[in-house]
Design a protein around this ligand. Structure first.
Ligand code: GAP
Length: 469
């Protein structure tokens, strides 16, 4: 893991959030290569889930929603983790992350100290909509309390606290902890505007926020992250069959991404693990070096829970008219849900390899060309006045077609290694022969084989290679 974190920092994949201020736990910034890889993952998912299917449409909904959404969905009451504090070192932990000893107790994993009773902590971030000046109100209240203690102030603070609390409650909204609710509250809008028939799905990619008690393991557990979720609406009674189909579909998507099968597995949730809305959930797990098999995607049968709850809370009917039976039905929902950041980490770990080439260590990211942040690097054999114009010309020609890099610093061998390390599938070398024969060398990342190609065929040859691999 340290190797991956250091590669990410050194090569501009991922930086600690607000790093110059010492960072902030659970928030990360994606660098120039990171954003390319992330976009490629998103594009791949979007294509598989919407473009290539005739039964799924995409939407994008607001991060901040009417707070009643989260009351209806059950998140205000139940989206919480148990938290314990160490009485000695004062550190805070997610209780169920702490191992239970033989005598059934839990003690502080840092200093062995005694822990407080577990308290439930709601993971939703709260903020306020509108001009709520919480800070100055609180300051003036505290001033009032001080004056009261000294016997000089007015005694109206209870009324003011009550008013402030009411104002805050009215203005409180949540940063969404999942994108799913955006799909449920737009069920009717999508149904009417697209005239879909069951079964059909609504997909979304977007940011989610969870005030995790213990974020960590790099970008595995964040407080701000991106999700890709799809709500697939089906006739009640067909839900179990569709659930199985989606589990298979999603597992194959991970394989198609290039993740090795032996590092993936499917795990059934035990009854006591199930979310409040689910009758069955299956996780796709990856064998992470730091934690063993851990969840990278969940595929849940959410039943008709969400549509029914929103219908109840919003006072609307959220139903589908089944022409075959002439009846209104509330569809059941199968939901594949995954985090992009966790997928990003999975792909990096799975593709990372170290090998020996001619007695030297070579680090190579064996990313599929579809995911590779840079597709082609243009490398003049050496930094030279004669080669510079020809190399620039080749680079200018490739830029409209591929994400490229140009590198003329240090030896050609070092530059190949730099490109291998970020997973660039092809390097194009411009040498002195190029000035005579108008041809260049393409070197491929995995086999390190080199072939000579006329510049006039370069774009099509690279495209063919990228599509074929
Ligand atoms: N709508 C269903 C849902 O939110 P979840 O299992 O809580 O289900 C789905 O989350 C996926 O989102 C997980 O499989 C994981 O990939 C990702 N995820 C969840 N919490 C995360 C966090 N704190 N940081 C990064 N990714 C997270």
């Amino acid at each position: 893991m340290d190797t991956i974190v250091s590669l990410c920092k050194r090569r501009g994949f991922v930086f600690p959030g607000s790093e110059i201020y010492g960072g902030i736990g659970g928030f990360w910034d994606y660098g120039p290569l990171g954003i390319e890889l992330k976009n490629n993952i998103k594009r791949n998912w979007w294509r598989a889930m919407t473009q290539l299917r005739d039964d799924v449409v995409g939407i994008e909904t607001a991060i901040v929603m009417n707070p009643r959404v989260w009351q209806a969905s059950g998140h205000v009451d139940t989206f919480a983790d148990p938290m314990s504090d160490c009485k000695d070192c004062k550190r805070r932990f997610r209780t169920d992350d702490i191992a239970v000893s033989d005598n059934g107790d839990r003690s502080c994993p840092e200093c062995g100290g005694e822990l407080t009773e577990a308290r439930m902590f709601n993971l939703m971030f709260r903020t306020y909509v509108g001009p709520v000046d919480l800070e100055s109100e609180l300051t003036s209240l505290m001033q009032g309390m001080l004056e009261e203690t000294l016997g000089t102030g007015s005694y109206d603070r209870h009324a003011r606290i009550k008013r402030l609390k009411e104002e805050l409650d009215r203005a409180t909204v949540y940063l969404r902890p999942e994108t799913a609710q955006g799909m449920f509250v737009n069920f009717d809008n999508v149904l009417t505007t697209t005239r879909r028939k069951l079964p059909f799905g609504i997909a979304q990619i977007g940011r989610s926020f969870r005030n995790e008690i213990t974020p960590g393991n790099f970008i595995f557990r964040d407080r701000e992250f991106e999700m890709m979720e799809m709500e697939y609406f089906v006739r009640p009674g067909t839900d179990e069959e569709w659930h199985d189909r989606w589990i298979e579909e999603r597992f194959n998507w991970w394989l198609g991404l290039g993740v090795r099968k032996e590092n993936l597995r499917v795990r059934e949730h035990a009854k006591e693990e199930l979310s409040h809305y689910s009758t069955r959930t299956v996780d796709i797990e990856y064998d992470f070096p730091f934690a063993g098999f851990s969840e990278i995607e969940g595929i849940a049968n959410r039943t008709d829970f969400d549509l029914k709850k929103h219908a109840e809370w919003a006072g609307r009917t959220l139903q589908y008219f089944d022409e075959a039976t002439g009846q209104q039905v509330v569809p059941y929902v199968i939901e594949p849900a995954m985090g992009i950041d966790r997928c990003f980490l999975t792909v990096l770990i799975d593709c990372y390899a170290e090998e020996e080439v001619k007695g030297e260590k070579r680090v190579v990211l064996r990313l599929s060309p579809d995911l590779a942040p840079v597709k082609v690097a243009v490398l003049p054999l050496s930094r030279n006045e004669q080669l510079a114009p020809a190399s620039r010309k080749v680079w200018d020609m490739l830029r409209p077609h591929f994400v490229t890099q140009f590198d003329d610093a240090q030896s050609i061998g070092r530059r190949y290694r730099r490109q291998d390390e970020i997973g660039t599938p092809y390097c194009v070398t411009v040498d002195f022969e190029t000035l005579k024969d108008e041809a260049v060398t393409i070197r491929d990342r995995d086999e390190m084989e080199q072939v000579r190609i006329p510049i006039s065929n370069l774009v099509s040859a690279l495209r063919e290679n990228l599509d074929a691999s």
